[in-house]
Design a protein. Structure first.
Length: 364
């Protein structure tokens, strides 16, 4: 310990030590030369490969429905998590055969080594960048290429699994919607046949128009009757004819107020008794039709999405794996070199200039 203290107290020996350490660290910062390979990929959803325009051409406006079943655009955080997952690392290890006689002894050691060499991060615009730093140029490029392939395969596999699950749900709901349309249509047809009814709008409109026509004719005849009573005698044939028509119209209006059904169907009063159930059945039928149309369009969307997943990749390689053109340095050696230079400046220039005594001279 005293010998070390003596060496540190000797300014010449201390400066030689600084110079030797700086020389060694400068060499280590340059050799062995590190190589950095990188690639940029852009994960895509189904809308980015033309699915949205295709469904619009088919007449499907299913934005809300697609969001319900997971068709909305995926977050970039999910793609980053997939790229950093153990499944991707295992795929890289299997592809490059990193575990074995010429590689690492266990998969765990291989994963730890890959975690130190590879860095996967995101860039602006939802781009995933794979960056590999090693001391072998071929190894860096091979690792980057393997990572790009593994990420692409993993995202495509997850997309296919999501499409298959969505397809199973949609097809099941599509069959249920078809059965519901058939059941509601049969119930509505039986009710209309049993009660001799036309379409709800036509049936209600015709009945009300008949009743309104009778009341209008009655009011007109009552005005004519009052006029004739002022100028004609009680035995006037015209007056008696108008009185007979008024009585007939009142009788028809009275009969329409009583529930009844004729060959043409029920009257207004009879229709009011069955209109509630009739409209409920009609509403259920229209709702079943609307749901059926939604699932029919959704089944087309799933079919197109399945076809797109089979014929196109869900990952677009924006920049193929390549080595950086600039010269790289060993970061740890450069950091230590900067620390040595900073220590030398402090002990050899700053401390003497300010009167700080860091080392005690034993000879003195």
């Amino acid at each position: 310990m005293s010998r070390l203290t003596a060496l540190l107290a000797d300014a010449r020996q201390r400066r030689r030590g600084y110079a030797l350490a700086a020389l060694i660290l400068a060499l280590l910062a340059v050799f062995p030369q590190p190589y950095v390979a990188r690639a940029k990929v852009l994960p895509q959803d189904s809308n980015s490969i033309g699915l949205g325009s295709t469904m619009n051409a088919l007449g499907g406006q299913l934005q809300g429905f697609a969001a319900l079943f997971g068709g909305a655009k995926q977050q970039i955080d999910m793609y980053l998590a997939v790229s950093r997952s153990s499944e991707v690392a295992d795929a890289v290890i299997r592809k490059l055969k990193l575990v074995g006689p010429d590689g690492y002894t266990t998969p765990t050691r291989a994963r730890l080594a890959l975690a130190k060499k590879a860095d996967i991060h995101t860039l602006t615009g939802g781009i995933v960048e794979v960056e590999v730093r090693t001391h072998d140029a071929e190894e860096a490029e091979a690792l980057t290429r393997a990572y790009v392939g593994a990420i692409s395969d993993r995202i495509v596999a997850l997309g296919k699994d999501r499409v298959e699950r969505k397809r199973a749900i949609v097809m099941q709901r599509f069959r249920e919607a078809g059965d519901r349309v058939v059941a509601t249509e049969k119930a509505l047809a039986d009710f209309r046949r049993r009660n001799r009814l036309a379409e709800p709008q036509a049936e209600l409109g015709s009945a009300l128009s008949v009743r309104a026509g009778l009341e209008a004719r009655l009011q007109a005849k009552q005005v004519e009757l009052q006029t004739l009573q002022k100028f004609q005698g009680p035995e006037n044939p015209q007056l008696m004819s108008v009185q007979s028509e008024v009585a007939s119209l009142r009788s028809q209006i009275a009969r329409s107020a009583q529930p009844g059904a004729g060959p043409a169907g029920p009257n207004v009063a009879g229709l009011s008794e069955v209109s509630g159930e009739y409209l409920n059945l009609f509403r259920d039928y229209r709702f079943a039709q609307a749901v059926y149309e939604v699932y029919a369009r959704s089944s087309e969307e799933v079919a197109v999405e399945t076809l797109s997943g089979e014929t196109a990749s869900n990952v677009q390689v924006l920049e193929a794996p390549r080595l950086d053109a600039d010269r790289k340095y060993n970061v740890a050696a450069v950091a230590l070199l900067a620390l040595v230079i900073l220590g030398a400046l402090f002990t050899e220039i700053y401390a003497p200039a300010t009167g700080i005594r860091l080392f005690r001279d034993e000879s003195a």
